[in-house]
Design a protein around this ligand. Structure first.
Ligand code: FAD
Ligand code: SF4
Ligand code: SF4
Length: 397
């Protein structure tokens, strides 16, 4: 295993410009390496060029006249899946870790960029290049904080590895694709997860302290398709808090500015995406974007139960109503939040419609944030597909 270490060769322009995206930096790690040289064209927050990178990666940009393409990105197939034998301690059933282990076992790659946690703190990310299944499994479960995954890139080149799997979220993968040709690899595989509302480690603590009854014992949490946050505690118990009961007035500033300006929720540039939000409750959601992604999924197909994607309900009224409520930081009393959660769970959006609900809610919020805080970036930073999605709603000024 290779863990992060200070990069002696990194060429900082000067100490003040080590994070050229300044407060919008998502700490993707690129600027900890000598690839900082490419930051102006590679950083997701300086140059948004998703369409161009989609063409480079998948052979075409997304078709905006195809509604599924517009929402979920270029894809050959989407499906619901879960491991027949889930990996204990994984975020969901461990499909991501299983694919990575299989790729090492079969010799398809020599290393896997993934993120473990430090010995002192289960939520403090520690990016590594794993070379054994044990090291991949030690990286299972989300570290729900900004993570400098690309900080290990320099070590890939030094190690002489030619075949690599990178696991990561959208902003990391946009920077990775931008420098891909500079890495000297024979083959790069990219396994992505969707990502939204990420936080710094301090922001995470504020979220846990504000939302959970026992913040110190949380080992894992997820914003679930039943409109509740599920916190798993050390003793195995699950605490559920309805989305509508979240203290939005206190949490408004908790998300990192990078994530308030992010429009790559679905990880457009990965070969294969593994999330949950487009699948029925309890299932993972798989998006096969290209042939490389299919090759990766095929490796574990015999370990999975699968089902076709489904879509039910109509999200639009709920999204439109949530826009002013979020904007004003409205928090419902817990009894009303629970009631609303029950109603929405019964009649609300499910499957792909739930994913559209989540994309619409976040894109409208983020569009307003960019418009108010970085008006000069609005036209170039918001991708055309996101502009189209946002234009379905009436927004406050
Ligand atoms: P596991 O087998 O447990 O593996 C998890 C993998 O995630 C590990 O390989 C690890 O290297 C990697 N990882 C952990 N933390 C990070 C990090 N901070 N940055 C980059 N990589 C990391 N899915 C949705 O459908 N909707 C969402 O809104 C959503 N938000 C997410 C937010 C974050 C910050 C992350 C990391 C993931 C999010 N996901 C989301 C994906 C989802 O939570 C699961 O990670 C995914 O379904 C894989 O589950 P698994 O059991 O197969 O993963
Ligand atoms: Fe550098 Fe990444 Fe931060 Fe952009 S997001 S400034 S590429 S570390
Ligand atoms: Fe990166 Fe976007 Fe996730 Fe924030 S929400 S960590 S910017 S992919």
């Amino acid at each position: 295993m290779t863990s992060t270490a200070p990069h002696k060769k990194s060429k900082a322009l000067n100490p003040n410009s080590r994070r050229p995206a300044k407060e919008l930096c998502s700490e993707c790690g690129l600027c900890d390496t000598y690839y900082i040289h490419y930051v102006k064209s590679a950083c997701a927050f300086i140059t948004q060029h998703i369409s161009e990178l989609e063409e480079q990666t998948h052979g075409r940009a997304r078709d905006l006249d195809n509604p599924d393409d517009c929402y979920f990105g270029v894809h050959e197939e989407m499906l619901g899946a879960r491991k027949q034998q889930p990996i204990e301690g994984a975020q969901w059933t461990g499909i991501v870790s299983s694919i990575a282990c299989k790729m090492l076992e079969k010799g398809l790659v020599e290393g896997v960029v993934c993120v473990q946690n430090t010995a002192e703190d289960r939520f403090q990310p520690l990016p590594v290049i794993a070379t054994t299944a044990e090291e991949v499994l030690a990286a299972r479960v989300n570290k729900p904080t900004l993570s400098p995954n690309l900080s290990v890139l320099e070590q890939v080149e030094k190690s002489g590895m030619k075949r690599l799997l990178v696991i990561g979220v959208g902003c990391q993968i946009q920077a990775l694709r931008s420098v891909e040709k500079q890495l000297g690899l024979e083959k790069l595989y990219v396994l992505g997860t969707p990502c939204v509302d990420n936080v710094t480690r301090a922001g995470l603590q504020k979220f846990l302290d504000t939302t959970s009854k026992s913040p110190d014992t949380v080992v894992h949490y997820e914003f679930m398709q039943d409109f509740k946050v599920h916190f798993k505690h050390e003793d195995g118990s699950i605490e559920k808090v309805p989305f509508f009961g979240l203290k939005t007035n206190k949490l408004k500033d908790v998300f990192a500015p990078s994530c308030m300006t992010c429009f790559d929720y679905v990880n457009s540039l990965a070969d294969l995406v593994v999330g949950y939000m487009g699948a029925p409750f309890g299932w993972q959601w798989i998006v096969v974007r290209n042939e490389t992604g299919r090759e990766m999924l095929e490796l574990v197909k015999d370990q999975l139960d699968t089902q076709p994607v489904m879509s039910k309900g109509d999200r639009k009224g709920a999204v439109q109503n949530s826009i002013p409520a979020y904007d004003k930081g409205v928090t419902l009393p817990m009894w009303a939040a629970k009631l609303m959660g029950v109603v929405i769970e019964k009649v609300g959006p499910q499957g792909l419609e739930y994913a559209r609900f989540s994309i619409d809610s976040h894109f409208t919020r983020n569009y307003l944030y960019v418009k108010r805080n970085y008006p000069e970036k609005l036209a170039s930073h918001v991708p055309v597909y996101a502009q189209k999605i946002v234009s379905q709603y009436k927004l406050p000024d």
